[in-house]
Design a protein around this ligand. Structure first.
Ligand SMILES: [Zn+2]
Length: 286
């Protein structure tokens, strides 16, 4: 495995941001995703300079980079309720500031559900909100994650995400592909080499492969097209290890940071065993 490959996962910040770096070390991760604040709270605070500095220094000296933040689940930029959409915008902006303080590459987020809004209307609203956030916070990247597609969730197709990115035309906004969500949404079900070629080509056409800044590498507990968001350990789900091995070693995806959000073999989240399985995919191919 080349040391260039960035393989890691979502790790807990229980015990502080530095504890997340320790957790990364334990599971053999050289890239991580963390929550910048409690993911089910509307409150969030930018860490003080001392804490942020120590985190950045330690991450650098331990070779853990890039760092990604995952935004709170509360965020819904397409909400029909005006106050919820406005609160979501404010909260996402705050997490972007937290990410900047911690030296993160960017903040990965779900767009949310449009309820009874039309797709066009929801898209327009999302574009306006993201535009405003990048004007208010002068630095840092926002990374749209594809959804599994249940309940009018926005962003379950490459076309829809591409249309939002095109509407923005903003170099600070990119794309995170979640394999389990794509599988459940029915947009990535053929993991043959030809199928992956076609999928990569489709990303390039609608979004641009240069906008693919992170991959949430997850197996799926539910079958293709089920629209449910249920992650499984690598090789234990409906996608399977062989398919995921072909996926991560495909030239379009092999250089993109891989972040696992799997339940873990001991139900304690992404673990060394899952990460070692992913590393073995690269060893077999080199
Ligand atoms: Zn994800």
């Amino acid at each position: 495995m080349s040391t260039q490959h960035r393989i890691g996962g979502h790790v807990s910040t229980q015990g502080g941001f530095l504890a997340a770096l320790d957790a990364a070390g334990r599971i053999g991760a050289n890239t991580i995703q963390i929550f910048g604040a409690n993911p089910v709270q509307w409150r969030a605070q930018v860490p003080d300079e001392d804490t942020a500095m120590r985190f950045k220094d330690e991450a650098r000296s331990r070779g853990i980079e890039p760092i990604f933040l995952h935004a709170p689940y509360l965020i819904n930029l397409a909400s029909e309720k005006g106050n919820l959409a406005a609160m979501s915008k404010t909260l996402l902006a705050k997490h972007l500031e937290i990410g900047n303080a911690l030296g993160a590459f960017g903040v990965i987020f779900h767009i949310g559900s449009r309820g009874d809004r039309s797709e066009k209307n929801a898209e327009q609203m999302v574009v306006e909100s993201l535009d405003a956030i990048t004007r208010d916070v002068s630095d840092g990247r926002l990374i749209i994650e594809n959804s599994a597609g249940a309940g009018n969730l926005v962003g379950d197709t490459l076309e829809e995400i591409g249309s939002i990115l095109l509407g923005l035309n903003n170099s600070r906004i990119g794309f995170c592909l979640d394999t389990a969500h794509a599988f459940a949404a029915g947009i990535l079900t053929d993991f043959s080499v030809g199928g992956l070629d076609a999928f990569a080509e489709k990303i390039d056409r609608h979004i641009g492969l240069s906008k693919l800044w992170a991959i949430h590498l997850n197996d799926s507990k539910v079958p293709a097209g089920s629209n449910k968001d249920r992650h499984e350990n690598i090789g234990e789900g409906f996608i399977g290890g062989e398919a995921l091995g072909r996926f991560v070693t495909h030239p379009a995806f092999s250089q993109v940071p891989l972040l696992l959000e799997v339940p873990g073999f001991d139900d304690a989240g992404p673990d060394k065993k899952n990460i070692d399985i992913v590393k073995s995919f690269f060893v077999r191919n080199e």
